[in-house]
Design a protein. Sequence first.
Lengths: 115, 112
Amino acid sequence: DQQVKQNSPSLSVQEGRISILNCDYTNSMFDYFLWYKKYPAEGPTFLISISSIKDKNEDGRFTVFLNKSAKHLSLHIVPSQPGDSAVYFCATFNAGGTSYGKLTFGQGTILTVHP
Amino acid sequence: SAVISQKPSRDICQRGTSLTIQCQVDSQVTMMFWYRQQPGQSLTLIATANQGSEATYESGFVIDKFPISRPNLTFSTLTVSNMSPEDSSIYLCSATNRDEAFFGQGTRLTVV
């Protein structure tokens, strides 16, 4: 049972435009939602997170939106740059309980930003 | 934030042998985990590395195949035992504090 789903395996956008990456989840008990970027042959790099009690968090070009009623979050990158081309994973994080600290990842979306 | 050093970064191993991967964090962290990313797939949690006691394994992973140690708050090892080509993956160490999770660069393992 896939608790975190990224239904788009790939996304292609033009440099300067907006990139929107989507993620759906099934468990309403997650405490935090995170986005990671991963280049080939490297470990995931933390991008941005959002607490389950918020609906938006912004950091520079990156904004994450959380829609709890729809169990959906999205990552917006504006403006997109060729260096943003990577695999993006959404993940959920439990800040307590028996699953404390564990991350559950989506399948990833390959973002390609064309010059 | 925490910086995680993981080594080796890559290795090519013969089937039937074992490889131990080391993970060092530059500050004390609450939790340490080991993940695996098989080719074309997402990251899957192998186990939680518990300080001074046996690791807690996720479904589908066992101690005999993936023995894990965590002798202190900042260091852990994962051993991939009796390797087969199916173990060819990227193995990642992760450390978490209150609401953040950090990753090492990963170990790319190829079993031939």
